[in-house]
Design a protein around this ligand. Structure first.
Ligand code: ADP
Ligand code: MG
Length: 383
């Protein structure tokens, strides 16, 4: 055990070092700035219109770049623009946040990356987003520029909620380097929730172990537009809570044989679990507003992927999102652990590669935004 401890220590020290180098000079993540063209595209207008609107002086005017020829906007400035120009797509007054869980019991299928890109993408479009990391590995937390082992304390996670010392998650919410995106972090000690949740179910009358997170989000649902939950790659007590709190589920599936098989287990287990829990709690049935399968990490050079893609299409049909996320070197090059395509200020590689990746992610974000808006409309029509 002493030797294992030594390995753990030296690995942790190396992560810290690498992170320092990647995030230099201040070892803090910063969000990118946006050109007039990017701002115009996100607002759905042309550059000339932005130039005209700037002269009216009622929206942030950004800054001229060093040469004075171009304008650039910070992310918070961009969000003021998108909230203005996309006002018809914002959460209607009186409506609650739509909660989305990204799940699949297999690791490495791009759950965390998809959750982060979605959170960043929806925030750029003007929405207020809360991201919740429920994986003790803390990969989503790392993407927010925080080191789970060194910078995350219990009161920044759902741990107190799970052990019963808190009943609402408000205490855990922190703002992040990304305007419009707040985070509830995760760290390895969150594994303790796997003991706390079933223990409370036994010892505390009235506690339903699968509803703890759902109940704990009551206040957040009035503050945020969208809540995005990243889940661990296993069926755990915490995963069950994440899925139960969700209005919509996204299941990323790469077109590879084994990943296809494990995604099918996900649905089987979820169906089993759902009917089981509904039997224990007959007044509170579970309804999902949307279920989406996302083809992720699609490697166009892999000869087997067209066949697997067909199986996936035949199986999931209408649940498939009409977009494919390519396997891309855009972030793999640039330390994917710490950044997504939306963090890249200026891509050094091929412009075509970069555009292919951002186009696919932009489309993904747009499709999910549509599901969110439809959910609000549906709720308005039925209540
Ligand atoms: P999960 O959360 O399902 O375990 P991750 O999002 O952490 O999956 O992704 C696993 C690995 O694959 C990470 O190293 C990530 O950077 C990489 N990855 C994710 N999406 C892509 C993609 N579209 N192209 C290339 N690499 C990707
Ligand atoms: Mg993950």
């Amino acid at each position: 055990m002493a030797r294992i401890e030594a390995i753990a220590n030296s690995a942790a020290a190396m992560v810290e070092q690498v992170r320092g180098r990647l995030l230099a000079p201040e070892a803090k993540k910063v969000s990118p700035t946006y050109s007039t063209a990017q701002l115009a595209a996100l607002c759905g207008v042309d550059k000339a219109h932005v130039a005209y609107r700037v002269t009216k002086g009622d929206l942030p005017e950004g800054r001229l770049t060093a040469t004075g020829a171009k304008r650039e906007f910070s992310l918070s400035e961009l969000r003021i623009w998108t909230r203005t120009y996309r006002a018809d797509r914002m959460r209607p007054i009186g409506q609650k946040a739509v909660t989305i869980a990204v799940g699949n019991f297999k690791g490495g299928v791009s759950k965390t990356t998809s959750a982060m890109v979605l959170a960043q993408g929806l925030s750029r479009l003007g929405h207020r987003v809360l991201a919740i990391d429920t994986d003790p590995q803390g990969s989503l937390t790392t993407l927010h520029g925080l080191l789970p082992e060194a910078e995350v304390s219990e009161d920044m996670t759902i741990s107190p909620l799970c052990d019963g010392s808190a009943s609402d998650v408000q205490y855990a919410i922190r703002s992040t380097y990304w305007a419009g995106l707040d985070l509830i972090a995760a760290a390895p000690f969150l594994f303790s929730a796997e003991f706390a949740l079933p223990a409370r179910q036994l010892n505390e009358p009235g506690v339903k172990f699968w509803r703890v997170l759902d109940d704990g989000l009551a206040l957040a649902r009035d503050i945020y537009d969208v809540i995005i939950i990243d889940t661990p790659p296993s069926l755990s007590y915490v995963t069950i809570n994440a899925l139960w709190a969700a209005d919509g589920i996204i299941v990323p599936v790469p077109p590879a044989g084994l990943d296809f098989a494990s995604a099918s287990q996900f649905w089987a287990l979820l169906a089993d679990l759902g009917s089981n829990l509904e039997r224990q709690d007959t007044e509170n049935g579970k309804n999902f507003d949307f279920l989406h399968v996302l083809l992720s990490r699609v490697d166009s050079s892999d000869p087997s992927s067209p066949a697997v893609r067909q199986w996936i299409q035949a199986t999931y049909g209408e649940y498939m999102l009409p977009v494919e996320i390519p396997k891309t070197a855009v972030t793999a090059n640039k330390a994917a652990e710490f950044a997504t395509v939306y963090d890249v200020q200026k891509y050094d590689g091929s412009a075509k590669t970069y555009k292919r990746a951002t186009d696919a992610y932009d489309r993904f974000v747009e499709l999910i935004e549509q599901s969110v808006i439809e959910t609000w409309r549906w709720r308005e029509a039925t209540t």
